[in-house]
Design a protein around this ligand. Structure first.
Ligand code: GTP
Ligand code: MN
Ligand code: MN
Ligand code: MN
Ligand code: MN
Ligand code: MN
Length: 198
């Protein structure tokens, strides 16, 4: 395991730790942008109340709920849809860099769930209408552009925005692991994202 990572069991054994669970929901698609650029996959993130991009999910209290039930509860609040999350959807757990010495150590748990395109559309609809957190903790769901356009538009531009915690690396690692973009495409997007100044 990479540094800072720990197993789900080790994480739950940490008595004084706080826990947060987030999930990357995604699907395959045959849709083409402008009728010529394959979108290939819909990957959902959100614009948070603090102006940062992150994944849906939130703080979970393991003494009252399992990590997965807590994540489902957060998804109901933030997306307006009850999505079952299982232990098999768990990807990794890691220590968040501590922000202040007084607060308890935060462990972030990351999940990935593949869905049907129709289900993703329903999530987007509910998130913009019936979700209780809409317009408050969550300003809106966004799709991650995975393609590259002239001048760095697409994935490179997206990666140049600001992300909460290690959401940016969770996104990059997932795109690679699930083969949603090729290593060469990702390398190019990462290099171009550094050249973009805002
Ligand atoms: P409240 O209901 O206000 O407590 O928010 P929440 O329960 O939805 O919590 P939130 O989603 O903000 O997550 C809690 C903490 O986890 C945040 O303060 C961040 O430090 C961290 N965090 C939030 N989103 C992400 C993410 O996408 N990835 C990672 N790794 N950490 C995140
Ligand atoms: Mn148009
Ligand atoms: Mn929340
Ligand atoms: Mn949240
Ligand atoms: Mn919460
Ligand atoms: Mn809340």
């Amino acid at each position: 395991m990479a540094s800072g990572q720990l197993s789900r069991v080790e994480a739950l054994a940490c008595a004084g730790c706080r826990h947060a669970c987030h999930v990357m929901l995604y699907c395959d698609t045959t849709t083409q942008l402008f009728g010529r650029i394959p979108i290939r996959h819909v990957v959902l993130m959100q614009m948070r109340f603090d102006g940062l991009l992150g994944f849906p999910g939130g703080l979970v209290n393991p003494s009252e709920e399992t990590l997965e039930a807590g994540l489902s509860r957060e998804l109901l609040e933030e997306l307006g849809v009850a999505l079952p999350i299982s232990v098999e959807d768990h990807v990794d757990s890691c220590y968040a860099p501590s922000s202040s010495s007084s607060s308890r150590q935060l462990i972030t748990h990351f999940y990935v769930k593949k869905m049907e395109e129709e289900q993703i559309r329903e999530v987007e609809k509910a998130a913009a209408s019936t979700a209780t957190d809409h317009g408050q903790e969550v300003l809106g769901m966004v799709r991650v552009p995975l393609y590259a356009m002239q001048g760095g538009g697409g994935l490179a531009s997206f990666l140049s925005h600001s992300f909460i915690g290690n959401a940016r690396s969770q996104l990059i690692d997932s795109l690679l692991r699930l083969n949603l973009v090729s290593p060469a495409e990702l390398q190019k997007a990462l290099a171009n994202s550094l050249k973009i100044h805002t």
